[in-house]
Ligand binder design. Structure first.
Ligand code: KG4
Ligand code: ZN
Length: 350
């Protein structure tokens, strides 16, 4: 099946053309980072307006790169949540309009489910993991651990009780006067820093619970800055590296604890923070030492993009297409059914 996927949940406007749910024919991404940088974070109203400006260009680009026309697209899939409401609406309304105009089915998909299953795309750099696997989603809005039994069959094991890891990176960077997105700046500076220079807390360091918490670590940095001021040069690099190491330690400790508890042999890391060089390096090393296989998508597919919707888009659209479902019956919902616990992560859209 030839599917167009659209993502506009935060500050990236993206459209992709995916074949058979696995093959990326194109994946156009327009980033709004320069727009939001001067405010130190994403401004929702600006994000929605810029999605409107970018979406048609991005769709044209995706079609051109894939060398297909809209008429050849057999179904549309769009991120329907969680995300910024105004931003999501731009993608949803565009997808629905095209589906209606071309009489094709359209599905709304869950953003976390997309991050969790990105690794199932056909990638020259990494092989796809077998099911079941442990999915660690680390982004600006989420830090979640799931067992992925199959496409559409997930069990939530733990999540952050306060800040997401990416949010902690962004907030700490802001305190240090570093540019948005903070994770990228901290990652870069940490390469020259000593991760053992400061012993910051590793929150929720316990084998009995798989939840995370990052607000205490953020406070520890704030207190450090209050006492010693914002560091510069080598001191700044050491502070960044020490903070980053604390986050990485906790993420890996919990992921490996979950694998042990559930007898899982594979870990899949995803979400924007999965671009972090130290996290990628440590997850490979620590998993190998623990006898667990690790899988990480290339960095371009870890931050928000439309191609990551491919595997679930195909799974949802294919049955609709073969039963003659058309754009007149648009189905758009952001419900991610967590099979084993039946928890829903966001509200339905219509
Ligand atoms: O998945 P994503 O693009 O958007 C959300 O769904 O939230 O993740 C964005 C987050 C931001 O918090 C950003 O600071 C973080 O990913 N991030 C990083 C790196 N690159 C992006 N964090 C740490 N190191 C990086 N290299
Ligand atoms: Zn994301």
């Amino acid at each position: 099946m030839l599917v167009m996927t659209i993502e506009s949940s935060c500050d990236e406007t993206s459209a992709a053309v995916i074949e058979d749910g696995r093959r990326i024919l194109s994946n156009a991404v327009a980033s709004q980072i320069p727009v939001h940088r001067r405010y130190g974070g994403v401004v929702p109203e600006l994000a929605s307006r810029n999605h409107i400006r970018a979406i048609h260009t991005v769709i044209d680009q995706a079609l051109e790169e894939a060398d297909v026309t809209l008429a050849q697209i057999e179904g549309f899939a769009v991120t329907a949540g969680p995300g910024l409401v105004g931003s999501l609406l731009v993608g949803i309304e565009t997808a629905k309009a095209f589906a209606f105009a071309f009489d094709r089915p359209c599905v709304g998909l869950n953003h976390l489910e997309a991050h969790l299953t990105t690794i199932l795309l056909e990638l020259p750099e990494v092989e796809s993991p077998q099911f079941p696997y442990l999915g660690l989603v680390v982004s600006g809005g989420h830090t979640d651990l799931y067992v992925v039994y199959d496409l559409g069959d997930y069990e939530l094991l733990g999540r952050t009780r306060d800040d997401a890891a990416g949010e902690a990176f962004d907030k700490v960077a802001k305190m240090l006067g570093l540019p948005y997105p903070g994770g990228v700046a901290i990652d870069r500076l940490s390469r020259k820093g000593d991760p053992k220079r400061h012993d910051f807390p590793r929150p929720m360091w316990t084998r009995t619970n798989l939840d995370f918490s990052f607000s205490g670590l953020k406070t520890a940095i704030a207190l450090h800055i209050e006492e010693y001021g914002v560091p510069e040069g080598q001191e700044l690099a050491d502070l960044c590296a020490s903070f980053q190491e604390a986050v990485v330690d906790v993420l890996i400790f919990k992921a490996l604890t979950a694998c042990r508890q559930r007898d899982l042999e594979r870990v899949v890391l995803s979400g924007g923070v999965a671009c972090n060089r130290r996290l990628r390096e440590r997850i490979r090393q620590d998993c190998a030492e623990a006898g667990v296989e690790s899988f990480i998508a290339p960095a371009r597919l870890c931050t928000d993009n439309a191609a990551m919707l491919g595997p679930i888009a195909e799974a949802r659209l294919k049955p609709m297409n073969s039963s003659g479902f058309t754009g007149h019956h648009i189905r758009a919902h952001a419900t991610m059914t967590l099979g084993r616990t039946s928890r829903t992560t966001s509200r339905a859209h219509r």
